[in-house]
Ligand binder design. Structure first.
Ligand SMILES: *Cc1c(COP(=O)(O)O)cnc(C)c1O
Length: 373
């Protein structure tokens, strides 16, 4: 299955199912679960992850773009899909044809959508985004009731939901997250007082699902924790999730270098003594950030081996541990377990001065995926 290239990502779909179950146990039984599969399921493969999650009973899928929604529909996935932003008006026909629920926050878009839906004789559900403090997208709390009324009074529209997004849910007990929650509650309360049914009320990302029980409302939107990655330091342990992604490679070459010889572009690492260098066929175009050059480690025969020299676009070099007689064909692990040891995505992210989210997406860019479970 990996015959054409000795570098690949393993995706454990049993771990996805486990994570859905364990995360669901944190929320009330009548709260729906949205699996966030944007960015090709954070690099894990949107269609396969979405299928596994839907099999496990998730009610909703979340995406960032129209194309991501269409990929799911083209693959025959029928579950409700919320798109987390408002696309250009020109995308409206595709939204309607494919039953993609848009997030809305502009009057121009809702008016155009209502007209297009009416012309087709349908009613399009939308979710209204409220900006309670993140200041990215959404209507201001002061305008939310009037905006909701405009939706409710539009002949082609239905207010399917009202939601917000936290800027600091990953910090336990954070005052700004509490303020956002308070503002959001005030908005939904004001809607109900104005006799407007807000539909599905939702606010929680992974961090809030774990840390802020009061933010569960009618649905939680879980991304990073679905993949068993860290929403905040300690979240994996706290929620009991399992990592879904491993990144593996087989050495394609091995060579002896003498003391003082350099390795890779710029010869940025020189052998302090004669050494064996293993070459792995993956590089920064596969998500191994160049910033991790000469910092990262790789598991070889269950032992940590130092990566040496600059990470290239398609290859990287590793100092073969003295205890190992690894050579061409030896399986090495960049993220995941081998023997008694393991390298977490967080650890690898730290070598690249980034976070799990970005690293997982990066590994998903070019590497072939192998699905387990
Ligand atoms: C990406 C995203 C999520 C999921 O966030 P995680 O931290 O990965 O759980 C939820 N809601 C919105 C609006 C998002 O953009």
């Amino acid at each position: 299955m990996t015959d054409r290239r000795w570098a690949w990502v393993e995706v454990d779909l049993d771990a996805v199912r486990h994570n859905v179950r364990t995360l669901r146990s944190l929320i009330p039984s009548n709260t729906a679960f949205m699996a966030v599969v944007k960015a090709d399921a954070y690099g894990h493969g949107a269609v396969s992850v979405a299928r596994a999650a839907v099999e496990e009973g998730v009610e909703w899928l979340g995406v960032a773009t129209v194309d991501e929604a269409l990929e799911l529909r083209t693959s025959g996935i029928a579950a409700p899909i919320l798109m987390f932003s408002e696309p250009p008006v020109s995308a409206i026909p595709e939204l309607l044809e494919n039953r993609v629920v848009p997030t809305v926050f502009s009057t121009e878009f809702v008016d155009a959508l209502s007209a297009a839906a009416s012309a087709r004789g349908v009613t399009a559900p939308v979710h209204l985004k409220v900006d309670t403090g993140m200041h990215r997208i959404g209507v201001a709390p002061d305008h939310a009731v009037a905006f909701a009324r405009r939706i409710v009074e539009s002949p082609g529209l239905e207010l399917g939901g009202v939601f917000t997004h936290f800027a600091t849910a990953d910090v336990e007990g954070d005052a700004d997250a509490a303020l956002q929650l308070e503002r959001f509650c005030a908005v939904t309360r004001a809607m109900r007082e104005a006799d407007i049914d807000p539909g599905v009320v939702h606010a929680a990302n992974s961090a809030a699902t774990i840390l802020i029980p009061a933010a569960a409302f009618d649905m939680v939107r879980v991304g990073i924790s679905l993949y068993g990655l860290e929403a905040f330091p300690g979240s994996v342990k706290r929620a009991g999730t399992r990592p879904v992604m491993s990144v593996k490679s087989r050495a394609i070459s091995s060579r002896r270098v003498e003391e003082g010889e350099g390795v890779g572009y710029g010869l940025t690492w020189r052998a302090p003594a004669a050494a064996t260098i293993l070459t792995l066929p993956l590089g920064y175009a596969d998500g191994v950030h160049r910033l991790s050059s000469n910092r990262m480690e790789v598991l070889v025969d269950g032992v940590r081996a130092r990566q040496v020299g600059r990470v290239c676009m398609d290859q990287l070099m590793v100092l073969c541990p003295d205890s190992s007689n690894a050579g061409p064909g030896t399986e090495c692990v960049l993220v995941g377990a081998q023997g008694e040891d393991g390298i977490s995505c967080s650890e690898a992210a730290a070598w690249a001065e980034t976070i799990d989210y970005e690293l997982a997406c990066a590994f998903g860019a070019r590497l072939e995926r192998v699905y387990l479970g």
